[in-house]
Design a protein around this ligand. Structure first.
Ligand SMILES: [Zn+2]
Ligand SMILES: [Zn+2]
Length: 526
């Protein structure tokens, strides 16, 4: 027995000595490494980031199959960072981008409310990739830090490379006026070489046709105005209808990878167009390549953020008045659930009326009560459903507090008053609608759009929009003369100005009335 005990004791002692030794070596290694950088090579796991997320999670929707994954906020930040940053860039650049990604994520977490999740996994939102030790470390080092403007989470953007000068947000997205998203020189990018891209006129015409442009033959593409940064604001399209397109819309139509930026000149060479340009991406906000170069020359994360987002403050999330349930911990039991509250708490009061099956969300100090909007929608639905022989209940109506919130949720410019899709209606702020014919008219129009969407699915945009305007307007509509040309999809959905939008919608209504006069059945108009 004694022997056994001795053996046991000596085993314990040996183990203890080994433990001391391991502890000592670990201590020396950690201590020495700690002399270079604070969080040095400590490997942060996703489990660490998960517990550091304070229960904040995101529902990320797959654009491939619609599958929704629930991911803790800081794990998501590290995964997006892995996809967006240059893996070789120094820590300061990784940290600056982690903060920008976290800020963007919180600000845009109601972007896909109509799809039943927070953000999608494509470049439309942000693309998550498997996290790396570098990306996890940057997320952990900056944990919970966001950029704010006057106490609210700021609207920030970032793109790959600015080509020497960043872009003012409002020059890419009309109405997106932010004092801190201005056009600024970026000296670390000024010497970047130019790129060129060649496309045949036929290819460009096909790309334009895909987004709704009409036309027999595209003859030429010419720059028709530049933004303050020198990027292309508008292009003239000879031979197409409409014959003008915004620079960014053109880039999206051609393919944002094929045409790397709108900082280009274009030259016609026979049947081909040669684009010569600089930079990669829209150029608004942080320049990711530039941030890496700044870190290399010793700039801190704070200095990098000050260059790309002048005027913003770095604030810990814990000190912010973001509603606790902004990003809730549990996945929604039903994919097509109610829209989420926005990160800024702009849309707070949810009034869900079970009786009418119309849910209305209005901002906190809304000039119009939720029940009044519900009443407008219910009466419009009752009357129009009878006329059209269709129904779309339940529906959700969201009145936005600001044009920014409306634009971010719908991706439509400031001159659009309402967007109706599926069972969800987004309304521009009440004050704006009051100047545009009143909130009741907008609600009626939106309800009509939902009602005709099913029966007219797959038709040209002028048929759907024309029908909705025709039926919601009552009996003041006049049929268009036979000479009036019906608007192309692009005229209605990619208008370059408010007057162009109004003109296209009025023609859509006239065209619909003309077609209805001959067919007599609204469902067969095409
Ligand atoms: Zn998206
Ligand atoms: Zn740059």
């Amino acid at each position: 027995m004694l022997t056994t005990k001795d053996t046991k004791d000596s085993k314990v002692r040996t183990r203890r000595n080994v433990c001391y030794f391991v502890f000592f070596v670990t201590f020396v290694v950690v201590f020495l490494r700690g002399l270079d950088t604070t969080l040095a090579q400590t490997d942060i796991s996703e489990a660490d980031l998960s517990s550091a997320s304070s229960g904040r999670t995101l529902r990320i929707g797959s654009t491939a199959d619609g599958h929704v994954t629930v991911i803790p906020l800081e794990v998501y930040v590290s995964r997006v960072l892995a996809g967006e940053s240059d893996p070789r860039a120094a820590d300061a650049a990784q940290q600056a981008l982690a903060i920008a990604i976290r800020t963007y994520t919180l600000k845009n977490s109601n972007r896909h409310a109509r799809d039943g999740y927070d953000l999608c996994d494509s470049t439309h939102c942000q693309v998550p990739r498997p996290s790396t030790p570098t990306s996890r470390r940057a997320a952990m080092t900056t944990i919970g830090q966001v950029l704010t403007y006057h106490g609210d989470v700021a609207e920030v953007f970032y793109s790959a490379s600015c080509g020497g000068r960043s872009e003012r947000a409002a020059d890419v997205w009309p109405g997106a006026d932010y004092s801190y998203l201005v056009s600024r020189r970026d000296d670390v990018c000024e010497d970047d070489p130019a790129w060129t891209a060649d496309f045949t006129l036929a290819d460009v015409q096909r790309a334009l046709a895909r987004v709704g442009f009409d036309g027999e033959r595209l003859e030429d593409v010419r720059v028709d105005g530049r933004t303050s940064s020198g990027r292309v604001a508008r292009l003239q399209l000879s031979g197409m209808r409409p014959d003008v397109i915004a620079g960014d819309q053109f880039r999206q139509a051609i393919g944002a990878v094929n045409l790397r930026s709108t900082a280009f000149t274009v030259e016609k060479r026979g049947g081909e167009l040669r684009f010569t340009g600089r930079g990669f991406g829209h150029g608004v906000g942080m320049c990711v390549i530039g941030a890496g170069r700044r870190a290399l020359r010793g700039e801190t994360a704070r200095a990098i953020l000050a260059q790309y987002y002048p005027g913003l403050e770095l604030t810990p999330l814990s000190g912010m008045t973001i509603p606790v349930d902004t990003l809730n911990a549990a996945p929604s039991p039903q994919p097509a659930a109610l829209p989420r509250r926005s990160a800024t708490g702009a849309e707070a009061d949810v009034v869900a009326s079970r009786a009418s099956a119309i849910s209305v969300m209005v901002p906190p100090a809304s000039p119009i009560a939720a029940f009044e909007i519900e009443r407008m929608a219910a009466s419009a639905h009752e009357e129009l459903a009878r006329t059209l022989g269709a129904s779309v209940l339940p529906m959700t109506i969201r009145l936005h507090d600001t044009l920014d919130s409306f634009r971010l949720a719908t991706n439509r410019p400031w001159w659009v008053s309402e967007v109706a899709e599926g069972t969800l209606i987004d309304l521009a702020p009440a004050a704006v609608l009051a100047q545009r014919g009143g909130i009741e008219a907008s609600v009626r129009m939106a309800v009509a759009e939902l009602l005709v969407a099913g029966p007219l699915a797959g038709r040209a945009a002028w048929v759907r929009i024309g029908a909705a305007r025709y039926f919601s307007a009552g009996d003041t509509v006049r049929a268009a003369s036979s000479r009036t040309r019906c608007p192309s999809d692009a005229e209605l959905l990619l208008a370059v100005s408010a007057p162009a939008q109004r003109d296209a919608e009025a023609r859509a209504e006239g065209c619909f009335a003309r077609a209805l006069a001959s067919t007599r059945d609204w469902r067969s108009v095409r």
